[in-house]
Design a protein around this ligand. Structure first.
Ligand code: PRP
Length: 179
């Protein structure tokens, strides 16, 4: 893809993300307070920053596992066909599971992943997404916890990329193409 010049405007600061995360983690800790061990499942690659901060705010016994799903590749348009590129290492049957997603856009990825994991019969399964773009939704799905509802902007940072760049920004930024 030819690189068009762009700048990134801050949309959600690192401080605002941390504050929201603290609130959400209090709720998640309360929800799973009786768990013997919660399996926190991060969807690669976008959730790697979010899950790292999230698990450190959970006051629960946990283990971490990862699943890689992709419907975008390096494109900015969803293919609507979700491929599992890397499956979980562990079994989740009878376990408590929290699925961690960075952003829900069309909803195809989260729907596919939750369907797949539900078929493995976890005892309890909940999901959290840092960002939600409800105006882009094409399938009826919603995460149980949402960090921020955002308008249909092209966002990057805190794990989210634009053609694999900008995942390392500590905040959520908005891409603005420059002439
Ligand atoms: C992005 C993002 C979500 C998904 C959301 O993943 O991380 O997983 O798209 O889009 P949807 O709701 O329209 O399905 P991507 O396939 O770009 O992979 P990545 O996480 O490795 O960046």
């Amino acid at each position: 893809m030819p690189e068009r010049p762009y700048v990134i405007d801050e949309m959600i600061s690192a401080k605002a993300i941390a504050a929201r995360l603290e609130e959400l983690c209090r709720e998640i800790t309360a929800e799973f307070r009786d768990t013997d061990k919660l399996v926190v499942v991060g969807l690669l690659r976008g959730s790697f920053v979010f899950i790292a901060d999230l698990v450190r705010e959970l006051d629960l016994p946990i283990e971490v596992d990862f699943l890689e799903a992709s419907s975008y590749g390096d494109s900015t348009e969803s293919s609507r066909e979700v491929r599992i590129l890397k499956d979980l290492r562990g079994a989740i049957e009878g376990r408590d599971v929290l699925v961690v997603e960075d952003i829900v856009d069309t909803g195809y990825t989260l729907r596919h992943v939750l369907g797949l994991l539900r078929s493995r019969k976890p005892a309890r399964m909940k999901s959290i997404a840092l960002l939600d773009k409800p105006s882009r939704r094409e399938v009826d799905i919603r995460a149980d916890w949402i960090g921020f509802e955002i308008p249909d902007e092209f966002v990057v940072g805190y794990g989210i990329d634009f053609a694999q760049r900008n995942r390392n920004l500590p905040y959520i930024g908005k891409v603005r193409f420059t002439p």
